[in-house]
Design a protein around this ligand. Structure first.
Ligand SMILES: C[S@@+](CC[C@H](N)C(=O)[O-])C[C@H]1O[C@@H](n2cnc3c(N)ncnc32)[C@H](O)[C@@H]1O
Length: 223
């Protein structure tokens, strides 16, 4: 039986195509953001899940005291990541798997840190992915996201909206206001914004860190 292609299949296909040249095009441009995300993740450390790990550009940056698992929807991107792990002997990387950010195959509270770099604006339902990140985090754990933040208004917002049909085919959204994150955090129980840091290029990107409050576990147990 032939399955209908989903929106996630389209995103996966876009990144399957990017895989051979991804590091060349997106390696240097997001380098500072990746460094900042790793630093934030290392401040908590432990079991780290990197969602949308791609070709694994960030994997060598984690220290060996962590156990890092990486997941991505595109198998060709992960093949590159796997080669990197083998070639560089990255023993802190405990596994890489094809997985959808919107349906993580991990039990609740499995990780100390969830990292998602330049991924949230690519997934069809970003809020569902954020819910999943929160679910697999332990109470007190932290979520580190690097992401494009679209303009709230003005000419840039108009341009970003017009670019959407093109960039969606390439694998991401240009229109993505901060309100998407703020509204999600306001509606999700037990989430606290720890920091929001402007990132290059052009300050159009941000590092956002949320903490899953300790009390979240108690609240869940009550229901
Ligand atoms: C812009 S790339 C970022 C890759 C890497 N994090 C980096 O910093 O270079 C976005 C990545 O997210 C992955 N991705 C997109 N949608 C996804 C989903 N629903 N679940 C898991 N990964 C997804 C893509 O395959 C791609 O590898």
């Amino acid at each position: 039986m032939q399955m209908a292609a989903t929106e996630s299949d389209g995103v996966a296909l876009a990144y399957d195509r990017w895989a051979p040249i991804y590091d060349l095009v997106f390696g240097p441009v997001f380098h500072r953001g990746r460094r900042a995300a790793i630093e934030a993740a290392e401040r908590v450390g432990g079991r780290i899940l990197e969602v949308g790990v791609g070709t694994g550009l960030s994997l060598p940056g984690y220290s060996s005291r962590n156990l890092v698992l990486g997941v991505d929807i595109s198998a060709p991107m992960l093949w590159k990541a796997r080669n990197r792990v083998v070639e560089q002997g990255l023993r802190h990387v405990g596994g890489l798997a094809v997985m959808d950010a919107e349906q993580l195959a991990f039990a609740d509270g499995s990780f100390d840190v969830v990292v998602a770099q330049y991924v949230v604006t690519a997934v069809p339902s970003p809020e569902r992915a954020l819910d999943e990140f929160l679910r697999v985090l332990r109470p007190g754990g932290t979520m580190v996201i690097t992401t494009r933040i679209g303009a709230e208004g003005g000419l840039r917002a108009v341009i970003e909206r017009r670019l959407m049909p093109v960039t969606s085919r390439l694998g991401w959204r240009t229109e993505f206001p901060w309100a998407r994150y703020a509204n999600w955090a306001a509606g999700a129980e037990g989430v606290q914004l720890v920091q929001r840091l402007s990132l290059p290029p052009l300050g159009h990107f941000s590092l956002i860190q949320f903490e899953k409050r300790q009390a979240h576990a108690a609240l869940l147990a009550e229901h």
